[in-house]
Design a protein around this ligand. Structure first.
Ligand code: SF4
Ligand code: SF4
Length: 474
């Protein structure tokens, strides 16, 4: 399936939208950020595919590290019986998140098990027996519209139900809403941009769970105290834009803002700039300019947590690739802990596969260990052909400046790569390596195929460790 099919799909979808809504959308205009950015092929092959429920695994391996921050502490042991939604890992420290059983059955063991990186992580292994949910979780399809919880109760519920950002980073959501007295959130920015190529789950969640997403945003408005929520969405999703524009009528605090297609539009700072015109200073958080940013699928799981008491027990995952037959490019809801190999078997690995990526092709990570299991943040499983995966021959830097032009953070990537290679960490710090958002735009645009992002990632990690060590000495 190539560009033609995508155009065809866009045409079909656009054809469904009424004139009135088209006019409403036109009036909204289109915004974007202006510094840097690139235009990779969208390849949204699964855009038109409804989210399917992936078969339950017979055994789930549930990592305690499905979020940014400290691993959760397992609170079950071998032989324990668990139900779906039961707490099995407790957040360990301020930046951490609770983990809940994705299947019901018996705990087989608590162990160290390699994740997609190949490194062993603490995990709870559950052998499935049936599909019994905790009694206090509402599993019905009924939409609950009335929001009964107040601000503090909502934030406590986010924490309790293990809600993390599903836009990629898996940052524990409740922390964003725990504002200091001097902080005020003016704008709640909802990221529905989905600018990473291939990934389509946000688009599908908007199309299939529109009202629940809007209720989730109303809940987040209460938690943030913001006066306005603005949903940013790239204009290659005409049907989702139309659905949202229609759905926010009657919700005066929620607006929709179409965005021009540009990567990395969904990155926090770029999205804030595009929508509000505000610049988040280097080293500062969005709240410093009065914003909180959350992904749209996170709003859906927030709805489930607050209105249904449901924790995150499944990932929303696009399975796709240029060599994957069109009918097998799909969107799934997959119980956490499902073997990646089971997903590969169900889709059928294309013969020419050279690399499998978890997450998008720009910011995702190569799957180094195929005996790994699905986690909360697995937004896609992408099969790259050998040709796509092959790196071009690396040649000397031409000093062409293309990487500088592409960097949305105003950095000099060629310089950062050189400093990182030479282990000149003070220079990495001086030239702002900690502001790198690891978007990969520099590497994407480099005519000399230089592995800029690889070196910048290493340099950033080392520089961060150096800064922390220095602070600890003071
Ligand atoms: S884009 Fe590549 S060749 Fe051009 S300046 Fe940057 S690193 Fe050098
Ligand atoms: S240096 Fe970092 S922020 Fe800049 S383009 Fe490269 S990866 Fe993106």
């Amino acid at each position: 399936m190539g560009k033609e099919r995508i155009k065809e799909l866009a045409g079909e979808l656009a054809g469904e939208i009424s004139k009135e809504i088209k006019n409403d959308i036109r009036k909204l205009g289109k915004k974007t950020f202006h510094m840097g950015g690139v235009h990779p092929e969208a390849n949204k092959f699964a855009h038109g595919m409804s989210v399917e429920t992936f078969p339950l695994p017979d055994q789930a391996v549930v990592y305690m590290t499905q979020h940014l921050g400290a691993p959760a502490n397992p609170v079950v042991q071998k032989g324990d019986k668990v139900k779906v939604g039961q707490l099995i890992g407790e957040a360990n420290g301020f930046v951490s998140a609770n983990i809940h059983a994705p299947i019901s059955g018996t705990v087989n063991r608590v162990d160290m098990i390699a994740d997609i990186s190949g490194y062993k992580k603490p995990a709870v292994v559950i052998d499935r027996e049936g599909d019994d949910w905790m009694e206090d979780i509402d599993t019905s399809d009924e939409i609950i519209r009335e929001i009964k919880l107040g601000k503090d109760e909502i934030i406590a519920r986010m924490k309790d139900r293990g809600i993390v950002g599903l836009g990629g980073a898996c940052f524990p959501t409740h922390i964003k809403y725990m504002l200091k007295p001097e902080q005020k959130c003016e704008f709640l920015i909802i990221n529905a941009a989905e600018c990473e190529p291939y990934i389509s789950t946000d688009n599908r969640v908007v199309l299939e769970r529109t009202e629940q997403c809007i209720i989730g945003i109303e809940i987040a408005l209460i938690a943030s105290g913001a006066d306005k929520a603005i949903i940013g969405i790239e204009d290659n999703k005409p049907r989702a834009i139309a659905k949202l524009v229609e759905a926010v009528k009657g919700h005066p605090k929620i607006e929709v803002q179409p965005l021009r297609i540009k990567y990395p539009q969904g990155a926090e700072k770029q999205l804030i700039k595009a929508i509000t015109g505000r610049s988040v200073p280097n080293g500062a958080l969005p709240i410093s300019v009065g914003c909180i940013v959350n992904n749209i699928t996170t709003m859906y799981v927030l709805y489930q947590a607050v209105q249904k008491n449901k924790p995150i027990v499944q990932a929303y995952t696009t399975v796709s690739g240029k060599s994957v037959p069109a009918e097998r490019c799909k969107n799934f809801r997959i119980r956490l802990g499902t073997p990646i190999k089971a997903i590969m078997d169900a889709v059928g690995i294309p013969e020419d596969t050279g690399k499998i990526i978890a997450g998008g092709p720009m910011m995702g990570k190569a799957v180094a260990n195929l005996d790994a299991y699905a986690g909360k943040g697995m937004s896609s499983l992408l099969f790259l052909s050998e040709k796509e995966a092959a790196r071009g021959e690396v040649s000397n830097c031409l000093r062409c400046g293309k990487c500088v032009e592409a960097c949305p953070m105003g950095l000099e990537p060629y310089r950062l790569q050189a400093f990182s290679e030479l282990n000149r960490l003070e220079d990495c710090e001086k030239y702002g390596i900690m502001n790198c958002i690891e978007c990969g735009s520099c590497q994407f645009t480099c005519p000399s195929n230089r592995p800029i992002l690889d070196f910048v990632r290493v340099g950033k990690a080392k520089t961060g460790a150096m800064i922390r060590a220095r602070a600890a000495k003071k």
